[in-house]
Design a binder for this molecule. Sequence first.
Ligand SMILES: C[S@@+](CC[C@H](N)C(=O)[O-])C[C@H]1O[C@@H](n2cnc3c(N)ncnc32)[C@H](O)[C@@H]1O
Length: 164
Amino acid sequence: MNLFGCGPAPELCGIMQFLKSRFPRSEMIVAHLLDIASEGWMYSRQITLDYLAPTLWDKQLFEAHAIHFDLSRSGSAAALAAVSGGSNAIGEASLTMFQNCLNELPRRMHKVVTENILALLRMMKPGKIMLVIDRSKYQNVVDLLLRICSLAEERALVKVLVFD
Ligand SMILES: C[S@@+](CC[C@H](N)C(=O)[O-])C[C@H]1O[C@@H](n2cnc3c(N)ncnc32)[C@H](O)[C@@H]1O
């Protein structure tokens, strides 16, 4: 899985709980933890990885890789192919997720953010899921998502489902 803007990665624990209850036969979890402040979040991320996640999932059966990533920098999504050694590990992930990240990005960055998210959708293999979870009532985020959804549908990159 790819967790964008994950900070200390609490969503990793949420996903582990979900998998345990709904897909108990899941085995290995490989998580790419991507954030603009990957270095700054190191300490709290380690608490998640060393103390919280092991209460939910066998420590031998999960791997986490922290990666510096700036969603507001042009070309950063395309450059991820190089990070994963050209193997498209990012595009092969079953789940690509943004939780409470987009509301941190001001309107002036939306053009580049849109370009990067569309590039990620193009990298993703068919049948994989991109999940965006954000605070309600942020008009900025609603506008950004509507724009991305309409471009992605226009280019036949996704089927969009909205849960309010
Ligand atoms: C409110 S926190 C959410 C953290 C975590 N996803 C959660 O749900 O608790 C927002 C995260 O977005 C990251 N972020 C902000 N701007 C970003 C950017 N341009 N590219 C990547 N990550 C960014 C921040 O460093 C922070 O970790």
